[in-house]
Design a protein. Sequence first.
Length: 209
Amino acid sequence: MKHEWRKKEKEIYLPKNKPETVEIPEYKFLTIEGEGNPNSDFFPEYISVLYSLSYGIKMSPKKGIEPEGYFDYTVYPLEGIWDINEEAKKTYDGTIDKNDLVFKLMIRQPDFVDAKFVKQIMDQTKKKKPHVLLEKVKFEKITDGKCVQMMHVGSYDNEPESFKLMEIFADKENLLRTSKTHREIYLSDFRKVAPEKLKTVLRFKVESK
């Protein structure tokens, strides 16, 4: 039976549009790091490379490669962890120049995926769809633990409004945000969906005060 994250993992990927706490276990990801304005021409290339590998993994049985434990599934959504560079942090006044952004983009992988299998798909992809950014892709296990999250509906530029609600909620729950970095999970394709209708899961790590 096909594993569909929208149906089987709603608590992780489809929160309500109000803050809530959630416990995020260890997951496996393909990741790639970079910096700069996400509105620039280069940014879609990072996304393209991750999806190229992720679909290579999903479609591997059709290429005669099937790892132990393989099951059919829907490819997970793109995620991103965002920060600003060290130079910008020295003069940070609450406003952000998008050119100073530092990002780590990622796509979660099913449990049957391991480092050996990723290398196999990576080598195959380099031959069929070579790209300089493939060298920057890593296979990682990441555990976020306790977090506050909510669904943000609207433009990415309006996210501070939702983060404010999340921080108020965390304070009421006696929780402390552990870092100014945050995670975004993109449920909408910004190339096809109007800004006011974009759906993005916002999440940051917390600990008890």
